[in-house]
Design a protein around this ligand. Structure first.
Ligand code: MG
Length: 341
């Protein structure tokens, strides 16, 4: 059994809240984000991390700030053994996944910098095996979405937000302006029967996969959709941590992992392994975040099938540069740690 020793207060976590200015208001089936998205960045002994708490999962920058203040005095002196540190964090912070993710990210960045290697190398991954990221087209009137699609020329794969009475019309309009691969994300908006009907139509327009068609906790609904649809079904809101995966395995074809949902890179790694053991495909997704959070996640993408890491492309004032794109393919920075500047 692991012994957990709590040290004297050290106050070694520095935190900062940053307002990220969006290029355009961003809308999905259940909410709209206007001009500003707040993220928290942390620094722990030279390692940096970031988190973009999501209200949908009951977290805000305020709850994450309190969690980070609470854990700061409990962090041990030895920060190299990230598994041990995260056990202490887990025991103290429980459901504060956003705060956990920021700490986990900063610890990985710190260790990579200390050893002088990029994160992908820390994990023994091949940086040339990164996938192309999709680029998200937020909900709007069909004509406006077609216009946004025209402007998304640089990106070879599109992820289109749906969940409205106009869903099929939207895809028809988009197909008038592009023949690129399209992923669809309904963000829980459809009933199971509606999903089956719409997916049948979407398949005719060459849509490649459908993310979270139905309510998060309606697993029989998801299973019904999967059994009656020809497109792969990917769970997002239905899957947060590795322990959620076994029961989902017969309901979907794949899962969407996000650091903010699962609590960091260690848990994301665990999720990839559990998903593979259950024969599921894996997407790595994101919130609206800066290049710091996006680049950290990108280091894991040699292990996944689909990347949806475009959160930093939706903001107007990115405080960092890190991962870049070459015809949509993620190019990892070859600098120690996460490698952002
Ligand atoms: Mg999604």
């Amino acid at each position: 059994m692991t012994q957990i020793h709590l040290n004297e207060p050290q106050g070694i976590i520095k935190t900062q809240i940053t307002d990220l200015q969006l290029q355009h208001p961003f809308k999905i089936a259940r909410r709209a984000t206007d001009a500003i998205r707040q993220v928290i960045s942390v620094e722990i002994d030279g390692g940096i991390g970031e988190t973009a708490p999501a209200r949908f999962y009951g977290e805000t920058v305020q709850t994450a700030s309190v969690a980070l203040e609470t854990i700061a005095p409990a962090l041990p002196k030895d920060l190299d053994a990230i598994h041990d540190v995260m056990e202490i964090v887990e025991a103290t912070l429980g459901g504060n996944y956003a705060a956990k993710s920021a700490i986990d990210m900063a610890l990985h960045d710190r260790l990579g910098k200390k050893l002088g290697v990029p994160l992908y190398q820390l994990w023994g991954l091949n940086p040339r095996k990164t996938p192309c990221t999709s680029f998200t087209i937020g909900l709007d009137e069909p004509e406006v979405m077609a216009e946004k699609t025209r402007h998304a020329e640089a990106y070879p794969i599109l992820k289109v937000k749906l969940g409205t009475p106009q869903d099929i019309e939207i895809i028809q309009k988009l197909r008038e302006v592009t023949d690129k691969p399209i992923y669809v994300d309904a963000n829980t908006a459809w009933t199971p029967k509606e999903a089956v009907r719409k997916i049948r139509d979407l398949a005719r327009y060459g849509v490649e996969l459908v993310e979270q068609p139905t309510k998060p906790y309606d697993l029989p609904g998801l299973k019904f959709v999967r059994e009656h649809s020809e497109l792969p079904i990917i769970a997002d809101e239905s899957v947060k941590r590795a322990s959620d995966i076994p029961v989902l395995a017969e309901c979907v074809d794949g899962i969407n992992i996000k650091l903010v949902k699962c609590g960091g890179l260690l848990e994301a790694h665990r999720m990839i392994n559990v998903a593979r053991a259950h024969g599921l495909s894996v997407m790595l997704g994101c919130m609206i975040e800066s290049s710091l959070g996006i680049t950290a996640a990108a280091h894991l993408t040699p292990l996944v099938d689909y990347a949806d890491l475009d959160g930093h492309l939706l903001i107007a004032s990115d405080p960092y540069t890190g991962v870049s794109l070459d015809k949509g393919q993620l190019i990892l920075p070859n600098r120690p740690g996460i490698g952002v500047r």
